[in-house]
Each structure stands twice: as structure tokens, then as C-alpha cells.
Design a protein around this ligand. Structure first.
Ligand SMILES: *Cc1c(COP(=O)(O)O)cnc(C)c1O
Length: 342
């Protein structure tokens, strides 16, 4: 899954890295959310399959066909429109079908598969080729996997209701990162990992390697007298003489503003120091009183490893009451990306 600019990390370089993982075949497909994202992948040079997972409007189908995308449908009507598109082009255009087992936002209802499956086959006709069927788990990262196993059973019943002649031609997929790691991908043909590829956790027992780091320079240090204040609202006041440092990063780069009140810190020279005051758009202040060796020009790590210390993207997310996905996709264009080979 490389939707949302590869979870905020940069579609082109991430696609290239995932395409060329040493010892692994190319991905079976890349997954995106929109026609625009699919077209962008083509510009980056990917010639293989691209699945578009969010529902499309009928008006978007010609553009999807032009870019050679494989849409995912939640209804028979669009299958019919897609088949028309295929007939006009003299080809048979592939599509996948989503089965709703409780996620609720898209997909055909699992219990009604015996009704809609033959309708889908008929609607596809010559112009469209039903190539895959899938569902999406809503709670695979919860401690208790019972809900996931119930969704699994509902999905398998729906798949079993598809006419056997058709079923044999479909690739079957269901697992996000959490289900892929915690249920071994079940017995599916494919898995659809996203967050785990980018260093986000999928449940307490499995910890990913850090993938993305966020770093900024220490651009100013100063000694302050007792009573000095910092940041908008002057919410932090020095109790005694302190030494403060200013980092060239703020919420305008995607650093969550709530991190300051969430007890957030940064790593400098392998040591953790606290963020003080409110985070501004462009600057963040840290307390260096107990790190006298810190100097202007030092690199501060806001997410990632520095020596033996690590701040995970999940830690940052937890401190501000969100999930790793939102932190990564929230990193803004101003934060320049640097890609390390290998
Ligand atoms: C985003 C997404 C995934 C990936 O989920 P992760 O939790 O990031 O692994 C898989 N399938 C679909 C349909 C998605 O939209």
C-alpha cells in the first residue's frame, strides 16, 4: 500500500525501494486510494498492476482506464460501467470487488454474496474481467483478534458463495499489516501491508524496525535567568537559571503541536531532553540544562534512533492521542526527505 504519498514518505522513492527489495520478487501490485495517485505512480515509472481501493465515481472510470488502473468496486452498477468502458476500448478491463464484513465504509454485504456474485459476473460480460475479491479488517491491531476471526469467517462464506467457475480465477486478499503479521496472512493469495513497511507497530508483540526518522538542527542555544518564559502563551517559565535550545522544526513541518503538552522530548547526542513551551509553526524549544555539551548545529531526533535511545513513531502518536499513520501522513512538504540507500 503506497496511498497518501506512501504514508507521507514520498511515493516515487518508496515505490522504487519496494520494487527492488533484494531477494524478493516485485510486489504483485501497488495499492493506492485515488486515480490521481495511480496516475502519479505511472509517472514514477511503475508499469505493473495498480489497485485503487477507494470507491470511484462513474465519471472517473475513463481516466482510470487510461492510466491502466484496476479499480475496486462496491456495487454492480460500476462493474457495468467499467465493462462499457472496456468494450469501447476493445479490451477486457480488470477489477476487484470489495466484500463488506464490518468495516462499513465500502463493499458489497458479505451475507448477500449468493445474490450479488452472479450479478457481478453478468455485469462484467466481455468488457470487464473480475480478477479479485477482498475484505478489510477493522480490528486486527486490537489485543483480541476475535472480531478479525469473525470477519474472516464472514468473508470466507461470501467467497464460497461465488460460483466455483468464477472463484477459481479470483485472487483473494484481506490482510492489512496487522492481520498479515498476527494471522500469517491467513491462506490468502496476497497481503496488503502498509504501516508496518513504514515502521509503525501492529500490536504489542511485534515491533518493526525504525524506517522513517524525523530530525532537525539545533539552531540556537541560550542561558536564561529564573522567570524567563518561552513560546506562545508563555506556558513554560524557568524555575531557576536554565539553558534552552531552539530547533528548526515546528507544526508547519508536521510535528504535532500537542506533543509539548504530551510530555514529548527529543534526542540530542544520544540523550533525551524535554520539549518546553508550545511548539510554534517553525520552531520548537527544548531544555538543555542537563545536556551542557549540546551545541548549535547538533542534530536533534524527533522520531528515530540516536545511539541507544529511540523515539518511535508510535510513541509520538500515543503522546498526542493518535496513531502512527496520522503522524507519518501529516509530515509536510517543507520537511525535506532524504533517502538512504539500502
Ligand atoms: C490502507 C489499507 C491497507 C493497509 O493497512 P495498514 O494497516 O497500513 O497495513 C490495506 N488495505 C486497504 C484496503 C487499505 O485501505
Amino acid at each position: 500500500m503506497v496511498k497518501a504519498d506512501a504514508y507521507g514518505l514520498g511515493l516515487g522513492p518508496v515505490m522504487e525501494a519496494l520494487r527492488d527489495v533484494p531477494g524478493l520478487p516485485e510486489p504483485w501490485a501497488f495499492g493506492v486510494a485515488s486515480v490521481q495517485e495511480g496516475a502519479a505512480l505511472r509517472v514514477h515509472g511503475w508499469k505493473g498492476r495498480i489497485l485503487v481501493f477507494s470507491p470511484l465515481l462513474a465519471a472517473q472510470l475513463p481516466e482510470a482506464a487510461d492510466a491502466g488502473l484496476t479499480p475496486c468496486f462496491s456495487g454492480v452498477d460500476l462493474v457495468r460501467r467499467w465493462a462499457q468502458e472496456g468494450r469501447q476500448r476493445g479490451s477486457s478491463l480488470p477489477f476487484h470487488l470489495e466484500v463488506d464484513t464490518g468495516m462499513g465504509r465500502a463493499g458489497l454485504p458479505a451475507p448477500d454474496a449468493a445474490r450479488w456474485a452472479p450479478e457481478v459476473v453478468a455485469a462484467a460480460g466481455e468488457g470487464a474481467r473480475w480478477a479479485g475479491v477482498y475484505t478489510h479488517y477493522h480490528s486486527a491491531d486490537e489485543p483480541d483478534l476475535a472480531a478479525t476471526d469473525r470477519q474472516r469467517a464472514a468473508f470466507m462464506s461470501a467467497v464460497a458463495a461465488i460460483p466455483a467457475s468464477m472463484r477459481g480465477q479470483l485472487v483473494i486478499h484481506s490482510c492489512n499489516s496487522a492481520a498479515a503479521m498476527r494471522r500469517g496472512g491467513f491462506e490468502d493469495d496476497l497481503v496488503r501491508p502498509g504501516i508496518f513497511l513504514y515502521g509503525g507497530g501492529v500490536g504489542a508483540e511485534i515491533r518493526p524496525q525504525p524506517v522513517a526518522s524525523v530530525r532537525a538542527r539545533l539552531v540556537l542555544t541560550k542561558e536564561v535567568p529564573p522567570g524567563a518564559t518561552v513560546g506562545y502563551g508563555a506556558t513554560y517559565r524557568a524555575e531557576e537559571g536554565e539553558r534552552w535550545g531552539t530547533l528548526s522544526i515546528g507544526y508547519g513541518d508536521g510535528l504535532p503541536r500537542a506533543l509539548a503538552t504530551g510530555g514529548g522530548g527529543v534526542l540530542i547526542r544520544g540523550r533525551r531532553v524535554p520539549i518546553i513551551g508550545r511548539i510554534s509553526m517553525d520552531m520548537t524549544t527544548v531544555d538543555l540544562t542537563h545536556l551542557p555539551e549540546a551545541q548549535v548545529g547538533d542534530v536533534a531526533t524527533l522520531i528515530g534512533r540516536d545511539g541507544a535511545e529511540e523515539i518511535t513513531v508510535d510513541e509520538v502518536a500515543a503522546r498526542v492521542g493518535t496513531i502512527s499513520y496520522e503522524i507519518l501522513t501529516g509530515l509536510t512538504a517543507r520537511l525535506s526527505r532524504e533517502y538512504l540507500a539500502g
